[in-house]
Design a binder for this molecule. Sequence first.
Ligand code: FE2
Length: 354
Amino acid sequence: MDMRKVLLQDLTPEMKLARTVFNPDGRVLVAAGTAVTPKVVARLAEKGLPAVYVSTPTSPLVEDIISEKTIAMLLKPFYEMYQSIKAGRGLEWRGVKEPLNALVDEALSHRRNLVGWTDIRIHDAYLFGHSINVTVLSVLMGIMYGYNEIKLRELAIGALFHDLGMLLIPQAILEKRSALNAAEERQMREHANLGFQLLRGRDDISAVSANIAYQHHERLDKSGYPRNLSDEGILEMSKIVAVADVYDAMTSERVYRRALSPRQAVNYLRSNAGRLFDPLAVAVLVKCVAEYPVGTRVRLSNGQIAVVSRVNPEDGRRPCVTVGGGHEINLLDRTELAIVEEVEEIRYNGASGE
Ligand SMILES: [Fe+2]
């Protein structure tokens, strides 16, 4: 499928939706293939979606790492689980188990061509879109760590539930668009502990999974929260989820700010590897996400504008690109050429949102 991500405001009726957009309860909101008429745009806007994937005749191939079917299967039970927590009934997640296992199986079946995957994003705006993205990315990273299926499932549960405590944070704080004051910030930071309390001491959730929720905001230099843990005190899986969490948060469109490009997010993680983030986790993440995903417009060192058409797993900075007239250049072979910069149709404003 040919597709690229476009902000709602830039959609035109000639474009067609490349991926089905689901309601939070798993029902179809707008099916893939639907033309993006003003009416459809209004429906998407109503749901708070900042951007969607559309197919265009010119955009190059992007493959899905996890099928739409698997994600759709996960949505409804995940939504119901959210409702049970919000209603004060605690964690009821039986329905989530099977689709989560399917997600791990699917990621494992792609094992061979994981490296340099183009785009792991599934949804942007829904409350659990972030959790699902972090889960997919964490599982891909776990596969590269050489985890077996048992460890991958532990990691997947921890990643999917890492922000569960957010459900118990007052809506007013979550939706506040201006900076939080000190008291609100303290309250918001409680989500790590609240999530841990929901997950701990259950025989259907391992201590490691529960600790991922507890530790995902801890940083190597002890600047994290809630316990200012040091490098040695943080579990390897928590370090993986921390990196996946920051990457997804930075590359997501938010109502109050534009997304950063994958390259900008990778640069941020790289420049803080060893200080905030585990260097191995950062290196592995960089291998899982392409710095220049398929569809990125770039300027080459010879001044030509090109579009990334294929990611080279060997080197995320030297993909195949298509220049005017559809001529493809493999930058791995053309070492005299390099990518100088991204030429984004969507402009990024540089705000980070950790
Ligand atoms: Fe969090």
